[in-house]
Design a binder for this molecule. Structure first.
Ligand code: ATP
Ligand code: MN
Ligand code: MN
Length: 389
């Protein structure tokens, strides 16, 4: 069904990667509700349901106007019965009972608090919930067994809850650039994730690193982290080596859509003075180096110190895979997911952050830019700022 006679009525495409989704849109009052239900489904290990709600929310983000009546939903894809029911209730009553009771539920709130700890996933949080634990404090109080990541997650819990600002991301960018160039001149560094999509805040800062001479990037990460550690800039880091082999991995999608690049999940120690300095536009990286006094491994409260903890993800890609890595680490998560679904279902291709494989022609398609990858996929190019699906 298509609205006729109205030239302004655009046709909403059904894959998020076919649409432009700006950061700011007109329907947060609906998308936030649907995303609560999506999140709750994820907490209950129901991936299909979670994705369905997320897709429904994403369609509303792409609308050029605010939804006012249920009639506005006609002709829109991805809106299942359940989503429509929730939207209708919000339009009529101002809120949805299901959404509000989910939001208030002990399970939802506990899962949110526990998965909010760096290093804690849904499975672990769910186990703790079923054992009666409700908060980060409960984990400490009952002396739970924690791995190194989770210990750091608890230690810096307050800081890591606070959104990272663009100003802070810019300071971290300078630090990462300095570190990378100190150990490998000529390397290229790119800001990824939410900040590349134009977000003003994020839960972390993501970087992709490469070098124009293929092979130079091998084993780069330990050198970077050593440099950072010597400067006292790292509170936590875990580096994973590159495990991608085109011949062995083949076109098959790695489980979880996890890629296999050399990567580092870290927590940086960011001096607040450096951020103020940067905002005043006279930044010098010297100001941000040097940690200062040693902290005790108890919980850190950044109000009482001159620094805060910030989550940083570093990824190293060979130059030949850089375009795919760039596309794969820009997000949003739903946009990525939809790109891979589009590739598989509509094009008989397999897309990862490493490569694009054409199953009909039995070959890998090489690309130097994101634009080329969109073109192979038969998609209009969507710039990062409009991938906020
Ligand atoms: P936020 O502001 O919350 O950080 P974000 O969009 O930057 O939002 P991230 O979780 O940092 O979210 O992820 C950034 C991008 O990196 C996403 O596109 C995601 O697909 C990709 N990504 C994250 N973790 C992995 C991983 N383990 N393997 C492969 N890709 C990942
Ligand atoms: Mn991010
Ligand atoms: Mn990240």
């Amino acid at each position: 069904p298509k609205p006729n006679g109205d030239p302004s009525a655009m046709q909403m495409k059904s894959y998020a990667c076919q649409r432009r989704t700006p950061l700011k849109h007109h329907n947060s009052f609906l998308t936030e509700a649907l995303e609560i239900l999506s999140q709750n489904a994820e907490y209950n290990d129901n991936e299909g349901r979670s994705v369905a709600f997320r897709r429904a929310a994403s369609v509303l983000k792409a609308l050029p106007h605010r939804v006012k009546t249920i009639e506005d939903l006609r002709c829109l894809p991805c809106l299942g019965d359940h989503s429509q029911r929730v939207i209708k209730e919000i339009l009529e009553d101002g809120s949805s009972r299901e959404v509000e009771s989910t939001r208030q539920s002990e399970q939802f709130q506990t899962m949110k608090a526990l998965t909010g700890i760096f290093g804690v996933g849904v499975r672990t949080a769910d186990r703790w919930f079923r054992e009666g634990l409700r908060s980060p404090d409960d984990l400490i109080r009952t002396g739970q067994q924690l791995n190194r990541a989770q210990q750091a997650g608890l230690q810096y819990y307050d800081d890591l809850q606070k959104p990272v600002t663009k100003a802070e991301a810019d300071v971290i960018s300078d630090i990462v650039e300095k570190a990378v160039h100190a150990v490998l001149p000529g390397a290229e560094i790119q800001l990824m994730g939410g900040f590349r999509r134009g977000k003003e805040v994020g839960h972390d800062v993501d970087f992709l690193i490469t070098h124009p001479e293929e092979g130079k990037e091998e084993g780069l990460m330990p050198k970077i982290t050593n440099w950072l550690e010597e400067q006292g800039l790292l509170l936590y880091q875990k580096t994973t080596r590159n495990s991608y082999l085109e011949k062995m991995d083949g076109p098959a999608r790695p489980p979880n859509n996890m890629d296999r690049f050399e990567r580092c999940f870290s927590i940086f120690k960011l001096q607040k003075s450096a951020v103020r300095c940067k905002s005043n536009s006279t930044a010098s990286v010297e100001d941000v180096s040097r940690g200062g006094e040693n902290e005790r491994p108890s919980e850190h409260h950044s109000e009482e110190s001159g620094w805060r903890a910030v989550r940083v993800d570093l990824v190293v890609s060979p130059y030949s895979q850089f375009a795919f890595a760039t596309l794969g680490w820009t997000g949003s998560k739903l946009f990525e997911r939809e790109l891979r679904r589009w590739a598989g279902q509509e094009k008989h291709m397999s897309l990862s952050s490493h490569a694009l494989y054409d199953s009909k022609q039995n070959l890998y398609l090489r690309a130097k830019t994101e634009e080329e990858i969109f073109a192979y996929l038969g998609l209009e190019f969507i710039p990062p700022s409009e991938r906020n699906a």
